[in-house]
Design a protein. Structure first.
Length: 250
């Protein structure tokens, strides 16, 4: 079985999980609240000082990336990985004509793709927030030009910052059959990191810290994106090593 076919097979499995709904609802949650607030207050993107698009995206990501996005990644990463435990099908997966390496990376790739799907929904929601109030309240469109490259760079920056969270949750979910254990550890890690972020010197060792650095909540003496990628690679390597060495893979 090729790697592409393995990804397709894993993607089909997600249709029976709550991860699809989590991506949809989670992606539109903050933009929907912002749209309701804009109509209620009678304000549009054209009322913002400076380039309204930059302010809209900055506010949207500030509300999303601090807590809701990591929380969604914890849930999605655990839900997708735990599909085999829930249906008791790990032995069937490992009996298929594919290497363990293919199984490991195809499932992880699907988790990354599901996160991309969430980002797409979120960006569509932000665009709706910018256009709908402007069209209905002012009968026009946003005055400022859309800063495509700035928006793309911001999305990539936040996505990279959250990749260590996905890797960490994947590691936990592969090694604990109980669905609540990886979610519980993930929530404790997220909340603990948020509490300790401002006063613990080496908080960057936590995989849950890079999204906070990416948002500029605390000034970093290092490149958050670079350290996030290093953390992602290290955690993924440890996860792969433990998976390959594990005698009972389910």
């Amino acid at each position: 079985m090729t790697f592409i076919h393995a990804i397709q097979a894993e993607w089909l499995k997600t249709k029976r999980s709550a991860s699809n709904w989590l991506s949809l609802i989670g992606g539109f949650f903050i933009p929907t609240i912002m749209i309701i607030g804009a109509f209620y207050n009678g304000r549009t993107i054209n009322d913002a000082p400076g380039n309204g698009w930059n302010i809209v995206y900055s506010n949207a990501w500030q509300n999303m990336a601090v807590f809701l996005l990591p929380m969604g990644m914890i849930l999605a990463g655990s839900l997708i990985t735990q599909i085999e435990n829930k249906n008791n099908t790990w032995k069937q997966v490992h009996a298929t004509p594919q290497r363990f390496t293919t199984v490991f990376f195809s499932k992880f790739t699907v988790i990354l793709l599901m996160t991309v799907k969430f980002f797409v929904f979120f960006n569509i929601g932000v665009l709706l927030y910018a256009f709908l109030p402007t069209v209905f309240l002012e009968g026009g469109f946003p005055h400022d030009s859309f800063p495509f490259w700035d928006v793309l760079k911001l999305n990539v920056k936040i996505f990279v910052a959250c990749m260590p969270i996905l890797a960490f949750q994947y590691l936990l979910s592969l090694n604990f059959k109980n669905f609540l254990v990886p979610i519980g550890i993930g929530f404790l890690g997220l909340i603990g990191t948020m509490i300790a972020f401002t006063f613990v010197k080496h908080i960057y060792l936590s995989p849950f810290s890079f999204n906070l650095y990416a948002l500029g909540i605390k000034k970093a003496w290092f490149n958050p994106s670079f350290y996030a990628m290093i953390s992602f690679v290290v955690i993924t390597a440890i996860s792969y090593f433990l998976y390959m060495r594990k005698k009972d893979k389910g």
